[in-house]
Structures are given as C-alpha cells and as structure tokens.
Design a protein around this ligand. Structure first.
Ligand code: BGC
Length: 766
C-alpha cells in the first residue's frame, strides 16, 4: 500500500522512474523541452522556491554580527536576519526553497551552497547573482576596473565589452552566473550618490555603453564563460525628487520615453539582456515593484522582453512597510507578482505566503509557471545543470595579466583632464620635490563603490603610481587620513607648511566610497548629498596649499560630479579621475607626467553647485529663458568636455544631402586635425537639433561619436551616417515620427556651442 502511494505521488509529480534519464537532465535536448519537462515535475513549493533569492551564509554571519541588540529588535533588522543561522539556510537549500543566492563572495561558499541545493529532490542548481559592477570587485581577489562613470568617459563601447567579457570569465571561475549590471539609468542629478554607477546623463551614450556591456557579459548566453546581465533599475531612480536614493520620481511619460527608457529598450531589444531589476522608487505614484504598466505593457508587451524580472533588495516588502500600497506582506507579494515580478531578492516569508496565495486561488498557478519558466530557461542556457560547481583549482583567470592590463588601459582612457593652463604634463627634471596630500592620495578608495578591499599588492594608489612613474622625484607625503568628515586641522597645517618647501603640490581630494565603512561614506549607494562641494577640510587644504605660491594641481577621486568652482578659478590644472579602479594610481601618474596623453571626455555635466541642478546639456530651449540672477549660468564643465596634451582643429563640416525624405539617410563628414606636437586621441561628437517641431525638442542631442587616434600633424576625414532613427521624435500622441523641416548638425570636441561646427539640412514631405 505504502509502495503504491509513493508510486502515485511520483506519478503525480511527473517523476521518471530511473534517475538520470529524465529529459530535463539531457543536455542534447532543446532548452524549451527541458524547461517544460522539469516544470511538470515540480510541486508548487518547488516552483515558488525558484522565485526566491536569498543571501549566503557568510553574509548572514558577517552582518548579523554588526547589528546591535537594539537593531536586532527592530523590524528591519529582523526582516533581514531574524535569528536564522547558516543551518537554516542550508536546510532551506536542501528543501528546494531557494532558487538563487546573492552576496556570496568566494567560490568555496558558492560550491558549498550549491552542494546543498543539489541535494533537493530535483537537483535544480541555484543561480548566483552578484553586483559585479566594475569587475567582480565586491569579492576579493578579482580585477577591479574603473566604475561605469569613468568607463563612459572613454566613449569606448569596445572597452566596455572587453571588460564585461573578462568579468564574466572571473565570475564563472567563482561559480557566479549573474551580474546586477549594467546600470543604464540616465543620471541628471549630481546629489544622487549613485551617479558613479551609471554611464552618465546622455541616453545615447548610456545605451551604447550599456549595450556593449550586456553583450560582453552574455556572449551567446550558451557557455560556461557567459554570465547573465541585469539591466537596472527600472525606472526613474536616478531622478529622485530631492536627489536621495529611492525617493519618488515624478516625470511625464514623454520624458520617460525620450530620456529614461531608451537605454533599457536598447539593452532589451538589441542586447537581449536576460534579466532586469526594478527600481526602489515610486514612479508617478505607483511603486515600480508593483507597476504592471512598466513590467507587462512596456517591457514584455512593447519590447518583447523574455528574460526575468528581479526585485531590488527587499523592495517588495517596501510596498507594505514604506510605500504603504499594501496592507501587509502577503498583499505586497500578491501585488508585485500580479504586476509581473519573477524573483524576490532576499527576505522572509516569500515561500509560505506565495504558496498560500496560489492555494487560495488568488494567484493562478499558471502565473507562477510563467516566472519559473523564465528563471529555468536562464539556468539551462547558462549550462548550470551540467556545470553547477566552480573548479576551485582553476582560479588563474582571476587577476590574470591580461585582465590587469585591461584595468590599466581602461583607467588611462577614463581619466578626464578638466583644466590645464600649461602646467601639465609635469616635467620631472623641473619639479624635483613634490608635495602629495589629500584623502585620496594613498588610499584604496580609488577602487570605488561596489568594491571590497583588495590585496594592497594588487592596488596602485596615486602616491605609489607617482613614485613608480617618476622615481627621480622626491615625493613628500602628508597623510590626511581617509575620512573627509574627520580631517585633522594639524595635518592641514602641516601640508600648508610643507607646500612652501616643495616645487609643486598635488592635492588628491574627492569623496569616500568604500563599502566596508558604509556609514562613513560620502558618495555611493544610499549616500546622497544636498550640496556637491568638497566635504570637510578639503577645500581649506587646497586653498592653504595653493597659498604657498607653488604650482598646485588638483586630482579628484569621486563618483559624483563635484562643484569645485574655486579650484577651477584659481588652480592651473584639475584632473577628474572618477573611481579609476586598482590600476588607477598608475594611470593618473602616467597622465600627470605625460607618459599617457589623456583622451577622456565628461559623460555628465559638472555643475558649479547643487543649486544649478538640474543642469544637463540636452535641455529644452526654454530651460535658460530667464537665467538665475547673481550667478554664472554656465555649468563648471559641460558634457563632452575633456582636454588633451595636443590640440585638435575641426574644419569642413559637409553633409551629403541638403534635403532628404523622412525615411532617407545622409552622411556628415568633418576634418579633424591634430594640430599639436603629440600624438593623441580625440572623441569626435555629433549632435543634432530638430529646429522646429510640433512638440518641444532639446537644443541638441548626441547621436554619434567616434574615437580618433591621430599622429601629431595628421588630418582625417571623419564620417558619420545620419539615420532616420536619429531624426525621430515622439509626436503629441507619443508615436515616433520624423517631422519634415530643418535639422541642424553640430560636430565638435564637446557639447559647448562655441566649439561646434554646424550645418543644416531639410527633411521634405514625402
Ligand atoms: C541595490 C541594487 C543591488 C542590490 C543587491 C540594492 O540595494 O539597489 O542595485 O543590485 O542591492 O546588492
């Protein structure tokens, strides 16, 4: 009787009699077939388990430890780690209650967790997700590249693709299969601490860099060298009402479709990004985590997204305990799933409450099946069933020479020379004694946000880079500590005194981003500000050092634009290093001493102050109709700006046609000449304006760019094709259209009007 019951149960669950022969385990079958076979064998609990993502055991141990008794009593702390220990997590894994892990930082732990997951009835491997934003930097022992804002400064999508590919290899070596990147939000507010995680303010540049990143991670999404990309955060989180992370976003559907959607659309439609993460914030009154219009109509309906949607960290819970659109947790889960959510990122009660919702008939099981299908498809495509574990003896790809070389190359391409009155490049024979000071002069903080501490042997700080590049120079270092909020006035005075003895001074200032000191940071996730001046005594340090009368230059290490107006007026040179990664110190030193000629350009406008926000180059015509009084209306440095040690001249902008049909194409050509004495690389930028239109259009929009390396004295005709897509706008009904009328083409070295050559052409009625 008992035997019969077991057989009936097995038949109900759809199990094949002989283990190992089930079709879902057969790698020669199609992914669709394997998914369907597995799905029909799964119980409701197992399905809901696939939709559950949880932190690993080391994360729990580390973070429970740092919570105080008091914090442990609060709801939030309990919701994170409610007295559960590693044993509970392992048991849940074996019961098939966890389909994905995050925040696992070593291949040993990933393998251990996977081993427990594989013991569950059907042996469905977990997918491991991690915030590998600029290399798998959150985990020690990996290559750390510049963060996205620096990478975008290179205007080099191929570089982004290479970095993503290398990151994928390092991740797979560690049994990590899914990165929560690219962040393709359009950043227009420098107060927001996450600007450094984005590719800046321009929808086209963000789309190009994001697309290359997605393609680099995913490859064909069919090998053990590929990882799943996650386009995030959908959407509007980069434009919070007051600049603080997670605050409401109130924007029109037009602005969404013209500015914030395009990079997501490109990553989904062209890049085939396999997953997407929703954004903390509410969008026009509806939290993104329960926004059916976003997830179902736009993402799946309009863009044909066939990957899965993951929530952000405990944000479904926030429908209840923050946004208050749901009266309890169960209702929050219900609302999110019915709006299109597939996976829940960390938190308790998911499994029980979602199963209850299905048993009560509120959520149809077919709705759960749809999510599980998408998640399983990713797991099969990534080859997890065949390769659930990392080979612990094959870790050599991590931090290999090739990847380190890319990190250095990327840092060289990402450092922007903002100002140079001729001081740079430095002559090592002239400046024999140099004072180096500032919070970021000799600190791992150059690694940036989303990075763990790395072995100091693998990180070149700026001071170390200077010593390597100019061994004959005496560098006097006055350590200001790492903490801008707690600088020591005596150390500032010491630097001021030493500056007088030096031939030249280098102040390395900026923000503090390292996650290991979460509460002390001044920039990064959940670290927003209401002004964008230098924090602490940094401004005083710069002014007192400069008062020595010796040439003083400023190097900035930061993730958000900083309003360094005083420095821009008084210092001869400023270098924006962003968060340049582990080779950043070397790259900065090479640029300062002229071993490398800088080529990067700003992917985001640098405002003079927080009061100028929102300031972005692609604004509407009336944005500055009445400029503010008592102030300079221009930003400190515009989008696209960046200097070189050589000079480039632009001439002879020509268009192939004076008129075209709405579906026609034309080409623009311009001559770019390296008029200086050094070889150099110029980022040639093409902007377009629709001069008269039925709805208002920006004064200019970047539509193409090209990195041109030119020998000293060399000239080149640079050619751009202008397509109907570049001329298209949304009409009053939000439908794409190319409107007849005049268009202006602008080509030059930045978005600044006075540097741009212009030509016009006409789109005629068909
Ligand atoms: C962030 C996400 C990130 C997630 C997991 C959240 O706080 O907003 O970008 O992927 O944590 O670390």
């Amino acid at each position: 009787m008992k035997k019969l019951m077991i057989m009936t149960l097995m038949a109900l669950a759809g199990c094949a009699a002989t283990p190992g022969t089930e079709p879902y385990k057969d790698a020669s079958l199609s992914v669709e077939r394997r998914v369907e076979d597995l799905l029909r064998r799964m119980t409701l609990e197992e399905k809901v388990g696939q939709m559950n993502q949880f932190v690993g055991i080391e994360h729990i141990k580390a973070n429970s430890g740092v919570l105080t008794e008091e914090e442990l009593k609060t709801n939030t702390a309990q919701a994170f780690y409610p007295g559960i220990g590693p044993d509970t997590v392992l048991r849940w894994a074996e019961e098939g209650r966890i389909g994905s892990f995050l925040h696992v930082l070593t291949p040993e732990e990933a393998n251990l967790l996977q081993e427990h997951v594989m013991r569950a009835r059907l042996g469905i491997p977990a997918i491991f997700g991690i915030d590998a934003i600029h290399g798998n930097a959150n985990a020690p022992g990996n290559t750390v590249y510049p963060t996205n804002i620096g990478l975008a400064s290179s205007f080099n999508p191929e570089l982004a693709r290479r970095i993503a590919r290398e990151t994928a290899r390092e991740m797979r070596a560690m049994n990590m299969h899914w990165t929560f990147n690219p962040n393709v939000e359009v950043a227009r507010d420098a107060r927001w601490g996450r600007c450094g995680e984005t590719f800046g303010e321009d929808p086209w540049l963000v789309a190009c860099m994001g697309l290359a990143t997605t393609e680099g991670y995913q490859g064909a999404l069919n090998s053990t060298q590929d990882v799943l990309a996650c386009a995030k955060h959908f959407v509007g989180g980069s434009q919070p009402v007051n600049g603080t992370n997670g605050a409401p976003c109130d924007v029109s559907e037009r602005t969404l479709r013209e500015v914030f959607f395009p990079p997501f659309r490109t990553n989904i439609v062209r890049g085939g990004a396999g997953s997407l993460m929703t954004s903390h914030n509410e969008l026009n009154g509806i939290p993104c985590h329960e926004n059916e219009w976003l997830m179902e109509e736009v993402l799946r309906g309009e863009w044909g997204f066939d990957g899965f949607v993951v929530s952000d960290w405990m944000d479904i819970e926030h429908l209840y305990d923050l946004h208050a659109t749901a009266e309890n947790l169960k209702e929050a889960f219900y609302r999110s799933i019915m709006a299109g959510m597939d996976m829940h990122m960390h938190g308790l009660h998911w499994n029980e409450l979602v199963c209850e919702l299905v048993r009560e008939g509120r959520i149809p099981e077919s709705r759960i099946d749809a999510s599980v299908r998408r998640i399983l498809t990713a797991k099969f495509r990534l080859g997890l069933f065949e390769h659930p574990y990392a080979d612990l003896d094959a870790q050599q790809t991590r931090l290999c020479a090739e990847h380190r070389a890319t990190a250095l190359d990327a840092a060289r391409q990402s450092v922007v020379l903002l100002k140079n009155d001729g001081l740079l490049p430095l002559d090592a024979a002239k400046y024999r004694r140099i004072l180096v000071t500032g919070i970021n002069a000799d600190d791992e903080n150059i690694l940036g946000d989303w990075s763990a501490s790395q072995d100091p042997e693998d990180v070149t700080t700026i001071l170390e880079g200077l010593r390597q590049v100019a061994p004959g120079v005496r560098f006097d270092f006055v350590d200001q500590g790492w903490d801008p909020r707690n600088m020591d006035p005596a150390k500032v005075a010491e630097a001021a005194a030493k500056a007088r003895q030096a031939d030249l001074n280098i102040v390395v200032a900026g923000e503090y981003m390292m996650r290991r000191r979460w509460m002390e940071r001044t920039c990064g996730e959940d670290t927003d500000r209401d002004n964008i001046a230098l924090v602490g005594l940094q401004q005083e340090l710069i002014e007192r050092v400069a008062a020595s009368g010796k040439p003083t230059l400023l190097v900035l290490v930061n993730g958000r634009p900083l309003g360094v107006e005083w420095a821009a007026e008084h210092l001869p040179a400023i270098v924006e290093a962003w968060e340049p990664g582990m080779a950043g110190g070397r790259a900065v030193a090479e640029i300062l001493f002229g071993e490398v000629n800088p080529s990067a350009k700003l992917p985001i406008t640098i405002p003079r102050s927080a009061g100028q926000i929102q300031v972005y180059y692609n604004h509407k015509p009336s944005h500055y109709f009445h400029p503010v009084v008592c102030s300079d209306p221009e930003p400190l440095y515009p989008f696209g700006h960046g200097l070189s040690y050589t000079t480039f001249a632009y001439s002879d902008l020509t268009l192939s046609h004076e008129t075209i049909a709405p579906d026609g194409r034309l080409t623009a050509e311009v001559t770019v000449t390296n008029t200086g004495k050094r070889d150099g690389t110029e980022i040639v930028q093409l902007y377009i304006r629709d001069l008269f239109s039925s709805v208002t259009r920006p004064v200019k929009e970047l539509k193409a760019f090209s990195r041109e390396s030119l020998k000293a004295g060399e000239s080149r005709r640079v050619r751009f094709e202008i397509t109907p897509e570049m001329l298209s706008m949304l009409d009053r009904n939000l439908q794409p259209i190319v409107e007849p009328g005049e268009f202006r083409v602008m080509v030059g070295p930045s978005s600044r009007d006075k540097e741009l050559l212009t030509q016009t052409f006409e789109v005629c009625e068909q």
